[in-house]
Write a protein of this length. Structure first.
Length: 228
C-alpha cells in the first residue's frame, strides 16, 4: 500500500493502493487478459521488471490479484475485487479520450500498439489459414520500425523479428496515424486516402484488413462537441 491519506473517505482509501505509479496500468493489463509476467511486460514495455514484480506483490497482498503456481508456470489472476476495477478503468479511459489533449511524440509506442491490436483480432473475419501482417512504421527508429502479427488457429502473436512466414499483407504507416485509427480519431478510409497508412497485398485482402480488427474499446467514445 502507498502512503496513507488519513481520511475515512472511500476514494482516499482506494487510492492508497491504486494511485502509485503504474499500479492502475498493471490492473489494466490483468483485466485485459494478461496473466503471465512476460505478457504483462509486453503490455507495459516501459515499466521495469523489478517495479512490476513489486506492484504485483502489492496487489496480491491487497487481495486484488491471486498468484497461481503450477510448477514453473506462474499466473496472476484478478480476484472479484480486481475484476470490479474494469468499469473504473473504462470510465477513466473514456474520460481521457474526451478531455485529455493531443498525444505527445513520447506517448506513441509501436510495441504497445501492436500488443493492443493482437488482443482485438476478429478471428471470424481473418482468413482460415495462417495470416501474417507485416507492419512497418516509417517514422520511427530502425530498431522499432518492423513488427509482425501472426494470426493462426484462433491465436495471435506479436513478433519484433521476422518469424519466417510468408507475409499476407504489409502495412506501411506513420505511427501517429495508426494510433489515431486505433483510438477512433481517424477512420481507416481517411488514413488510406491520405496516404498516412498504406496496405500492400492482394486486393481482396487489402480491402478486408480493417475488418480483421475490432479497434480499441475507446474508439467508440463520443468526443465533446467542438465549440463554434
Amino acid at each position: 500500500m502507498g502512503a496513507s491519506y488519513h481520511q475515512f473517505c472511500p476514494v482516499a482509501k482506494a487510492m492508497e493502493l491504486l494511485d502509485e505509479r503504474w499500479t492502475l496500468l498493471v490492473v489494466r493489463e490483468l483485466v485485459s487478459g494478461s496473466e503471465r509476467f512476460n505478457e504483462l511486460r509486453r503490455g507495459l514495455p516501459r515499466m521495469s521488471p523489478t517495479l512490476l514484480s513489486r506492484r504485483l506483490h502489492q496487489l496480491v497482498r491487497a487481495g486484488v490479484v491471486e498468484r497461481h503456481v503450477d510448477g514453473a508456470d506462474v499466473r496472476y489472476v484478478p480476484t472479484q475485487a480486481g475484476r470490479e476495477l474494469r468499469p473504473v478503468l473504462e470510465a477513466l479511459g473514456a474520460w481521457g479520450v474526451r478531455w485529455i489533449g493531443e498525444l505527445g511524440e513520447a506517448d506513441l509506442d509501436p510495441k504497445l500498439l501492436l500488443w493492443d491490436m493482437h488482443r482485438h483480432v476478429d478471428h471470424r473475419a481473418v482468413p482460415q489459414e495462417r495470416t501474417v501482417v507485416h507492419f512497418r512504421f516509417r517514422d520511427v527508429p530502425a530498431g522499432l520500425r518492423d513488427w509482425w502479427l501472426v494470426i493462426d488457429s484462433g491465436e495471435a502473436d506479436v513478433c519484433d523479428v521476422d518469424p519466417g512466414h510468408g507475409v499476407t499483407v504489409a502495412v506501411h504507416a506513420d505511427l501517429r496515424a495508426l494510433v489515431q485509427v486505433w483510438l477512433g480519431d481517424l477512420s481507416w478510409p481517411a488514413a488510406l486516402r491520405g496516404g498516412a497508412v498504406e496496405v500492400a497485398g492482394p486486393e481482396a485482402l487489402r480491402r478486408a484488413l480493417p475488418r480483421w480488427f475490432t479497434l480499441s474499446e475507446f474508439a467508440a467514445v463520443p468526443r465533446p462537441a467542438t465549440p463554434v
